[in-house]
Design a protein around this ligand. Structure first.
Ligand code: SAH
Length: 464
């Protein structure tokens, strides 16, 4: 993100527009809706700008630009359609650290005008950093069509209730939690249609049922990495969380769904290789929930698959803290999708084992005889370090060296990598390909041939 979208208070701020033609008019169309003091410097102005002058929405100085026009100005719009003049004004403005937007030169602009959806006081701005104004407009149209006209009025009603709530719930986190809970759920459209009485009654009803001393913990599956593969529930939970306790394998994009005011606690592996002990994580969950906070324990994939969820749940139950579990897409499912094959296929395998390469004692022992059978299929988690061990065990128990093994690293993420290997060469292939993980070893699964895989990818994309 090179450009930061911010909402600046322009009440009575002086804005200079140099030029009075179509380019200036285009910029001013939005500016006249603000409370800024607009000053147009130009020899001639368009009919539209003339109308704004007559309506006292801006002041027109009918003369050439003078250096003194810059003084006391907050923003400058250069739209004279005279490159030399625009450059001169830009130089004057920059000498005083005033931000400039140039209609003739996007590269030389300090800021862009975003596409704006104006339901004041609710405004939504869409920027593409100059890559495609047409895309911004298309997005604007799409979003605009989903928003009710009374959105601004609705926001003003909420402002009133917020004031009332300040006196009742002194804790900032408690108030945030209150509003997040009110907006929780999928029926936002219905909520946006509430009138003032309805807002008041909903707020009162929720207040009546509130026990501000009780916190809550949600064990949430973040999915394999692609934020599109998160559940709606996971997003809602993240959005309303006061505290987010997360693992190493939770992607940055997924974390982005949390509020910036939330407290983020990382409990994954540190650079020194030390993992936060489970007891410490348990203590954090209990301590935060006991403060009355809403805690999300965010885990990669599905929390119930190699996620040590039971240990956390046991501690929460013992401490009398309410909890819930929000499932997620496990990485083996994302890996299967990546190689374009079914985890279970009629006439081929009746079962699939989800197994781990490591357990508390080191490399994990499994029912190797069963796994070495020709129709056995397995998705192995945490198996990269144990690949040579797994390979050896399966071969010793009679599996074919030709058995296909697909390895999917960073499934669903932009850096996803697929290695198409065979049992006999698995560990060497992983080394040659530099696979470090996180990755799933798909034992007995061959990558679908490339042409068909392309097709699978296309279908997945258009299906979104
Ligand atoms: N609860 C998680 C698994 C946690 S164990 C889930 O349901 O996916 C951690 C292991 O998961 C990693 O060692 C790796 O084997 C696998 N894993 C997690 N994310 C992955 C990803 N995006 N691609 C491939 N494997 C992944």
């Amino acid at each position: 993100m090179r450009y930061l979208p911010i909402h600046v208070d322009l009440k009575e701020a002086k804005i200079l527009i140099v030029g009075g033609g179509r380019a200036a008019e285009a910029k001013m169309r939005t500016l006249v809706n603000t409370q800024a003091a607009l000053i147009v410097v130009a020899m001639d102005i368009s009919d539209e700008i003339q109308k704004w002058v007559s309506a006292d929405k801006c002041v027109w100085k009918q003369r050439a630009y003078k250096k003194s026009d810059i003084s006391g100005v907050r923003l400058v719009y250069l739209a004279s359609e005279d490159i030399a003049l625009d450059s001169r004004v830009a130089e004057h403005a920059h000498a005083q650290n005033i931000l400039v937007n140039r209609a003739d030169d996007k590269q030389a602009s300090d800021f862009f005008s975003p596409a704006i959806i104006d339901r004041s006081p609710v405004t939504i701005s869409i920027g593409t950093e100059g890559t495609s104004p047409a895309l911004a407009r298309a997005l604007k149209q799409d979003i605009e069509s989903r928003l009710p006209n009374n959105l601004g009025k609705f926001a003003l009603m909420l402002a009133k209730s917020r004031k009332r709530l300040m006196g009742i719930l002194p804790s900032f986190a408690a108030r945030q939690h209150f509003w997040a809970t009110l907006f929780n759920g999928s029926d936002l459209t219905t909520k946006l249609s509430w009138d003032e009485a309805m807002v008041e009654s909903k707020v009162s009803a929720q207040l009546a049922g509130l026990d501000s001393s009780s916190g809550h913990v949600a064990l949430v599956g973040a999915g394999p990495g692609d934020p599109d593969l998160m559940t709606h529930q996971a997003r809602h939970k993240l959005f309303s969380a006061d505290v987010i306790v997360y693992d190493r394998l939770v992607s940055k994009d997924v974390l982005g769904f949390g509020r910036k005011e939330a407290e983020y606690i990382y409990v994954g592996k540190n650079p020194n290789g030390r993992t936060t002990p489970q007891e410490e994580i348990n203590k954090i969950l209990v301590a935060k929930a006991k403060k009355g906070l809403s805690v999300v324990r965010l885990k990669g994939g599905d929390p119930l698959i190699f996620g040590r969820a039971d240990e956390e749940v046991d501690v929460l139950v013992a401490a009398g803290i309410s909890f819930e579990i929000c499932p997620g897409i496990t990485s083996a499912a994302a890996a299967a999708a990546a190689i374009g094959v079914s985890l279970t296929a009629r006439g081929q395998n009746k079962a699939v084992s989800l197994i781990t390469g490591h357990d508390t004692k080191g490399f994990a022992e499994q029912d190797w005889t069963g796994l070495a059978r020709p129709d056995a299929r397995a998705a192995i988690y945490m198996g990269i370090g144990a690949a040579r061990f797994i390979q050896g065990r399966l071969l010793v128990h009679g599996a074919s060296a030709q058995l296909p093994v697909s390895v999917v690293e960073n499934a669903s993420c932009p850096e996803q990598k697929i290695v198409s290997s065979r049992l006999g060469t698995l560990a060497d292939d992983l080394e040659t390909q530099g696979i470090k993980g996180p990755a799933i070893l798909m034992i007995g699964y061959a990558v679908r041939d490339v042409k068909k895989l392309q097709l699978v990818k296309t279908i997945t994309k258009t299906g979104r």
